[in-house]
Design a protein around this ligand. Structure first.
Ligand SMILES: Cc1cc2nc3c(=O)[nH]c(=O)nc-3n(C[C@H](O)[C@H](O)[C@H](O)COP(=O)(O)OP(=O)(O)OC[C@H]3O[C@@H](n4cnc5c(N)ncnc54)[C@H](O)[C@@H]3O)c2cc1C
Length: 405
């Protein structure tokens, strides 16, 4: 292929790292490399719960794209992707149309509400910087309003989190850290504030090591988080949430409900001509879409099955970053008629932060960690990513170095 037009959609973990790897390995006149993203910044989605709780400012999470790309090699277009037309090898953006020879789709995740009444209208989600910032402001506004109301609303200081998976638990942990400061700021007694986590399974963090889950629950409960497990969210109303447990419906007044129990691939993928399975593209072993040899799909838009269990790998940043190696190498191979690589994930483990320099982790061959050691592991993972993306400069600027407090 003579100087192919390579277009990468989405500057998330998958798209950004593919771009960086291609810019490092390709010469200027080898390809036209274009990255399209809705914002002029990349963000660390794995830190958004901290931004939403207000324990970390979103400036720390955002990384200006132009600061990490080589502008001589990468043409960055800030625009919204509207649709993908693989039969015509075109992508429609809000403001223009692009032609491509090779396409990478890395448009990430969005919230899935499963038709539960009221979620779309009344629930908060943590999906990007804007939604995280909105939730932080909403929390603060409710605290500020409390003493300004004559008839105090029951749910003003009840914060309910739907979903005891990673996002819900990590947010609850950060919130437990933030509440004492908010109470002090707005002269509110801490006992008046409730953080309630509602999970459909019998345990939070289903699939995680049961001893570590017990540790996580005890740690969070000691900081004021209440758990209701085996309960399904039935409806979200403007000032309350309804859940069902053991056949009985219960209503909890709340002005702040975070829906953290469902994500799906960006719906642009399902609306394209690319074949999907439950909204995701079940990619071939070389990360290409089933019916298009020139389209790669990466990260949360891609479905990769674990060959042993037949179950899809969970959507994680870890997998998106690993996929970018294979996608970048295979793009080079496709352009030069070389051999395609196969993606084999290497799951190094998982870490769930609990706020307050506390966490649980299972890493490297079932090595279990909790407390500050697990929290430190999480920071090492985060810092390692920054180093891979932008070298020592970016690490020093955005890294997390408060490892022991
Ligand atoms: C609070 C939270 C905590 C998490 N913690 C962890 C963790 O500890 N470990 C882990 O491995 N994973 C974690 N995850 C999951 C992880 O963040 C995702 O799996 C990962 O972000 C997926 O990467 P991606 O490249 O597919 O897409 P994303 O990182 O979602 O990036 C998609 C990009 O596409 C852009 N975009 C979207 N739509 C458009 C459009 N129409 N036009 C142009 N641009 C668009 C977005 O702005 C974004 O830049 C967490 C997620 C959340 C929300």
């Amino acid at each position: 292929m003579n100087k192919p037009n390579i277009v990468i959609l989405g500057a998330g973990y998958g798209g950004m790292m593919t771009t960086i790897k291609l810019q490092r390995s390709m010469k200027i006149n080898e390809a036209n490399l274009t990255l399209v993203n809705i914002n002029d910044y990349h963000y660390q989605a794995t830190w958004l719960h901290e931004n939403a709780a207000g324990t970390l400012h979103h400036d720390r999470t955002q990384i200006p794209i132009r600061e990490v790309i080589n502008r001589e090699k990468v043409n960055f277009i800030q625009d919204r992707v509207i649709s993908i037309k693989p039969d015509e090898k075109k992508v429609k953006l809000e403001n223009r149309e692009l032609d491509y020879d090779i396409l990478v789709v890395g448009l990430g995740f969005e919230s899935a509400t499963f038709g539960i009444p009221g979620l779309e209208e009344h629930a908060h989600v943590i999906g990007n910087i804007n939604s995280a910032r909105l939730l932080r402001e909403h929390l603060e506004y409710n605290f500020a309003l409390y003493h300004n109301e004559k008839d105090k609303k029951k749910g003003r200081l009840n914060i309910v989190v739907g979903g005891g998976g990673f996002t819900g638990v990590e947010f609850a942990g950060e919130l437990a850290n933030r509440i004492p400061a908010l109470c002090e700021e707005y002269d509110i007694e801490k006992v008046q504030v409730r953080i309630i986590n509602i999970e459909g399974s019998e345990t939070i963090l289903p699939g995680f090591d049961p001893h570590l889950v017990e540790y996580a629950m005890t740690s969070l409960e000691s900081r004021g988080v209440e758990f209701i497990t085996g309960a399904m969210i039935k409806e979200c109303k403007p000032e309350s949430i309804v859940y069902e447990k053991d056949g009985k419906q219960v209503e909890i007044p709340t002005m702040t409900f975070l829906w953290a129990a469902g994500v799906r691939a960006n719906c642009i993928v399902e609306k394209s001509q690319i074949e999907t399975n439950r909204g995701k593209v079940e990619v071939r072993p070389d990360m290409r879409a089933p019916n298009y040899d020139d389209v790669f799909v990466i990260g949360d838009c891609a479905k990769v099955l674990d060959p042993k269990s037949g179950i899809p790998y969970p959507p994680t940043a870890q997998i998106a970053i690993q996929q970018s190696d294979v996608v970048a190498n295979n793009i080079k191979s496709l352009a030069s008629n070389g051999k395609m690589e196969i993606f084999k994930p290497n799951i190094a483990g998982s870490v769930a932060s609990l706020g307050n320099n506390d966490a649980i982790a299972v890493v490297m061959n079932n090595w279990k960690l909790f407390g500050w050691k697990a929290a430190m592991m999480k920071k090492i993972i985060d810092n390692r990513y920054l180093f891979k993306l932008g070298g020592i400069g970016l690490l020093l600027k955005k890294g997390k170095f408060n490892v022991f407090n």
